[in-house]
Design a protein around this ligand. Sequence first.
Ligand code: URA
Length: 221
Amino acid sequence: MNDELQDIVKGIKSYVELEKAMGFKESFFSRAEERKPGLLRATCLEDLCKEVSSCTECDLHATRKNVVFGAGNAKAKLVFIGEAPGHDEDIQGLPFVGKAGQLLTKIIEAMGMKRDDVYIANILKCRPPENRTPLPAEILACCDNVRRQIEFINPKMIVTLGKFASQTLLKTETPISALRGKFRSYNGIKVMPTFHPAYLLRNPDDKKLVWEDMKKVMKEL
Ligand code: URA
């Protein structure tokens, strides 16, 4: 065991001893395992999907109709990440199936692909009531799911749709207008931030900017 690992083990041991001294019946580590048993065990996308389908880590589980884990090719080269499911997605249990989703499908087809060729997911897997912006506690509870999803799919490239997905995945507060169109990196994977299709429905003139971004993605792929 190297020195660093020995220090970590020592630290854990003294923490567990402190817990005992303070009268805790169980260790934090066993409680953590109890809270997220699936996340510690899932070794593939399918298992992760099963585990997330019964998630109760944040309050959104109480109001959701369905968990919207993600859909598409589990070995996709290209992954699209949005914000959170809306009304239609919550009902169908599938990402991007409402009006914004139909526009996303058109964008994917214009890129010469089908929805089944790519993988589509969201940062949050449950619908925030009234489609409000996700809360920090919800992001914290859910962001590990998208991280592991990306890890299992291991795509060549990710397109983040809109401000929320782009800023969350890239851990930045830079506005989407400044982020879009330029490649970034997420754990060694190229990321192209672009406008959200729902924004494009309200601002159709900006569709040409998204098309510029998608041309860069196609060139790289
Ligand atoms: N908007 C999103 O960000 N995700 C969806 O799945 C649908 C709409």
